[in-house]
Each structure stands twice: as C-alpha cells, then as structure tokens.
Write a protein that binds this ligand. Structure first.
Ligand SMILES: Cc1cc2nc3c(=O)[nH]c(=O)nc-3n(C[C@H](O)[C@H](O)[C@H](O)COP(=O)(O)OP(=O)(O)OC[C@H]3O[C@@H](n4cnc5c(N)ncnc54)[C@H](O)[C@@H]3O)c2cc1C
Length: 305
C-alpha cells in the first residue's frame, strides 16, 4: 500500500506493478507542475517511457552580473505532470482518499483498517526550513541552453530560464518573496505556479518511505526526483525480503544530502564573498559536470581542480 500519489508514489507503483500496490492520494487529480529538470542517470532509474522527455540539455550557463560559467551537462526535462496522470491510470489509484498511517503495516482509510506493507510517499509535511519557488510559463523562445542567474540579494537562491519546444519556464527560488528575481521575458505569459520546497537535513522514517516525506531534496536546487529514483530499486529488494539495500541507500543518501546542507549553509553565511570568489576564479570557463549534477558535494572539489 502506497500512501501518496505524487511522483514518488506513482513512479514507485509503476515499478512495483507485479506487487499490484494500491496508491491512495487525498488530491482530486494527479499531476503536479514543476521545472522537471533531472539528470539522464535519474531518468534511467525512474524506468519510465522516453515519451515523457520534453527536451534534452547539454549546456547550462550560470550568470552573476556580467560574469558567466558554462557547464557541459546531460540533462532532461521530464513532463512529470503528464507522467503522473498516465501512471495513475495504469496502477490501482484511489484519488480523494486520505490515508492515515497507523504503523508500517497498517493504514486507516475512511475508518477502515487495512493491513499490509505500507510505503509512505506523502511529500513534505511543511515543517522545518524551506525556500519558496515561483515559476512562470511563457511562450517558447529559440534556445537550447538552461540559464541560471545568481544574485547577491537572493541569498541561498537562484533564478532560471528553461527553454522547451512549446514553452519557456522562468522562475526563482529563495527565502522570502522571490518574485522580483524572476527573469523578465518579452513573451506572452501563459501560467504561474510554484510553492515551498524543503531545505532541511534528511529525516528518519519508520518503515519504508520515499520522496519529499524524507526531506531528501538536493539542498541548493530543491530537486527531489533524484533521491526518489535512487530508492525505487532498494524498496523492491526490501519487499522481496532483503531490507539491507534500502537501509544502505538511505544511509548513503543521508550522507550526501546532509553534506549538501552543510555546504549550502556555509555559502549562505558568506553569500556575497562566495559568489565573488567563485565567479572571479571561474569566469569564462567551461566545466564538464557528470554525477556532480546530483552529488553536489562533489562539485566543490571539482571546481577547485
Ligand atoms: C517550482 C518547483 C520546481 C521544482 N523543480 C524540480 C526539478 O526541476 N527537478 C526535481 O527533481 N525536483 C523539482 N522540484 C521538487 C519536486 O517537485 C519534489 O521533489 C517532488 O514533487 C516530490 O514528490 P513526492 O511524490 O515526494 O511529493 P508530492 O509531489 O508532494 O506528492 C505527495 C502526495 O501525497 C499526497 N498525500 C499526502 N498525505 C496524504 C495522506 N495522508 N493520504 C493520501 N495522500 C496523501 C499528496 O496529496 C500528494 O499528492 C520542484 C518543486 C517546485 C515547487
């Protein structure tokens, strides 16, 4: 039984089809909107059809004032909204159904007790530190490069511009009101969405859990799909009777996310100095980024070499 039918619960259910899990979600409709930028590595581990890839990106340009650093990357834009809608039709999905987790072996649905292995995929509970994200959808522009903009006043945050074939996503995340950091685009505005993203250390959970409920998002970017993809296979192994793989993967994820958290907290404390130093060292350079896109804690070492 999977409680929560966001990307974590539905991608997991898709990969556990042979166990025929039931997915309970309290929302009326599946399909959350987000930027959807993930590495190819993460996409492979989600194990879903390529039809949900809207675009591929080989370059990110990171700007700070008139300085810029180029990153060679291998990224995809996942159309998670459509993916979640389609997956909800493929698995046993129960919308408008709140499920109370009583224990790792029992849930309460509309007053009825249901027994079985419970997997929590309930998303972030809103407690603890967070950043705010706002994203605007505009008409498409002619580009195939992701732009990331850092600003001295947006401490610990950044803005982005992601060109897609049918639209352009521009947004900003950070503490407080980040609206003023959203890049301006001379195109027709189609839609605005966004929301809070946890910025905390990873949490403990009783029993099996996956996704933002664990606060397993990459600290700086707020990307949560990476950790979700890493826990899918270990959860399968656990259901097959080998709990070690899940415990080990959790331990390794926790080490990485908590390290990211410490590095970001340090950078936030000396934000202006970090930006000035980083960009004066690397202005005009092109760096290749592989696993560092997900494992940010390796990025610092890479930048310094
Ligand atoms: C603007 C924005 C941009 C983002 N961009 C990216 C990106 O580019 N790349 C990336 O990797 N990540 C990105 N993220 C983060 C990503 O969206 C999250 O990591 C992801 O949504 C987490 O998925 P989840 O399934 O764990 O949680 P959620 O998507 O929050 O789903 C949890 C579900 O559980 C349900 N639920 C909760 N409690 C119960 C209950 N008791 N009973 C029944 N149902 C319940 C909720 O209704 C919800 O549908 C972005 C987030 C935002 C806000």
């Amino acid at each position: 039984m999977i409680v929560g039918g966001g990307i974590a619960g539905l991608a997991l259910a898709h990969n556990l089809r042979d166990f025929d899990p039931a997915v309970f979600d309290r929302r009326r409709f599946p399909g959350k909107k987000c930027t959807g930028i993930i590495s190819r590595w993460t996409f492979t581990r989600l194990n879903v059809s390529k039809e949900y890839v809207d675009a591929e990106f080989k370059e990110i340009v990171m700007r700070y004032g008139n300085r810029e650093i180029h990153f060679k990357v291998d990224l995809l834009r996942l159309n998670r909204e459509r993916l979640e809608r389609d997956l909800s039709r493929e698995v046993k999905y129960y919308p408008i159904t709140n499920a109370e987790v009583v224990s790792p072996k029992e849930i309460l649905v509309r007053g009825e007790r249901l027994d079985g292995t419970v997997i929590k995929a309930t998303g972030w509970d809103g407690k603890g530190r967070k950043v705010n994200a706002i994203e605007m959808v505009y008409e498409p522009i002619d580009s195939d490069v992701i732009t990331v903009i850092l600003h001295e006043e947006n401490v610990g945050g950044f803005s982005w511009l992601v060109p897609l074939p049918d639209k352009t996503l521009v947004g900003a995340l950070g503490y407080g009101d980040v609206f003023r950091f959203v890049p301006k685009l001379d195109r027709r505005l189609i839609e605005v969405h966004g929301g809070p993203i946890p910025r905390c250390k990873m949490r403990e959970a009783e029993g099996l859990a996956i996704g933002d409920v664990l606060c397993s998002v990459k600290t700086f970017t707020g990307g949560g799909i990476f950790s979700i993809s890493r826990l899918i296979e270990p959860i399968r192994k656990s259901l097959e009777g080998d709990p070690r793989a899940y415990e080990e993967e959790l331990r390794s994820l926790r080490k990485e996310i908590n390290r990211q958290y410490r590095l970001v907290s340090l950078a936030e404390r000396a934000w202006r100095t970090s930006l000035r130093l980083g960009f004066s060292l690397l202005d005009g350079k092109t760096l290749s980024v592989g696993e560092e896109f997900d494992l940010h804690s390796l990025l610092l070492g890479r930048l310094l070499h």
